[in-house]
Design a protein. Structure first.
Length: 289
């Protein structure tokens, strides 16, 4: 995909300068569209990498830091960079996706920043609370994560995605999306997901408060070895602020509200592909190369 992105990008750049063929005036634009589509696929695969590799490593880092209670600036810096990397991958995918879809307004300036803070804060809060569960009981953490993955995978099955060539690859795609849903909401079908988003973050809020309440009531020995007050305040603060940014983004800064009205239906997290564009939507041919 990197090869094709460079290939199409160079072709579009040179043809834009040299093309004077009146019979093919749209050829540079077509090649540029191909380059944008490939870059969008790259960014989606980067999102996959973030949640399959970076997020588990981040959980281990936080667990070790809380377990041993050693203050190390390099560890804090690495954790912060990991959080930012995961969030930026989501934002980059959102930006490139909207560029690749016809009739969609792009993200610019302030909406991009609001979306970044929404993802960064909600993901930070959730990973911190999972780390606290792991400190309390590794088995309970594994059970919770497995249950959440089953719920996410089941939801992807109900969406009946058709992005891959074979059924095996399609199920692999759904498995990975299920893992992403464990840590952050990710709309894969492009439908209005107001109800699903509300249920997702309501569940996350209930689980977060439940875990903090369990720590407060049971007062396990580990609570004296970690900065529980600081972690719990940071967790709640990140969650509340993240949900505020979420509401503000979709009420004020989502392109359908912030830019011109769209003839196509709204979508969450940038996914699209409705009935009027089924035949031409690039998402009907995702992961084909």
């Amino acid at each position: 995909r990197y090869y094709f992105a460079l290939k199409y990008g160079c072709q579009a750049a040179f043809k834009q300068k040299s093309s004077r063929d009146a019979s093919k005036p749209d050829l540079p634009n077509l090649i540029q569209k191909q380059a944008i589509d490939v870059v969008t696929d790259i960014n989606m695969l980067r999102v996959f990498k973030s949640f399959l590799e970076t997020t588990p490593q981040l959980l281990v880092q936080i667990y070790i830091l809380l377990q041993h209670g050693k203050n190390n600036f390099c560890q804090y810096a690495a954790i912060f960079v990991s959080f930012c990397g995961i969030s930026f991958s989501m934002v980059d995918y959102q930006i490139s996706l909207r560029k690749s879809l016809l009739g969609k307004d792009e993200l610019h300036g302030l909406p991009k920043l609001v979306y970044l803070f929404y993802k960064l804060l909600t993901i930070t809060s959730w990973i911190l609370i999972i780390s606290l569960i792991t400190l309390l009981s590794v088995r309970s953490s594994v059970i919770l994560l497995t249950f959440l993955w089953i719920c996410g995978f089941t939801w992807t099955l109900t969406q009946h995605t058709t992005f891959c060539k074979s059924k095996k690859m399609e199920y692999l795609y759904r498995i990975v999306v299920g893992i992403i849903l464990v840590f952050s909401f990710f709309n894969i079908k492009g439908r209005k997901t107001k109800v699903c988003t509300s249920i997702y973050y309501t569940t996350q809020t209930v689980v977060t408060l439940g875990i903090l309440f369990a720590y407060t009531v049971w007062k396990p020995p580990i609570i004296k070895e970690i900065h529980f007050t600081v972690v719990s305040i940071l967790t709640i603060f990140s969650l509340v602020l993240g949900i505020i940014f979420l509401v503000v983004y979709y009420m004020c800064f989502h392109p359908t509200a912030y830019c011109r009205p769209q003839a196509y239906s709204d979508e969450v997290d940038g996914e699209a592909g409705q009935n009027s564009r089924v035949k031409t939507d690039r998402f009907q041919n995702f992961i084909m190369q």
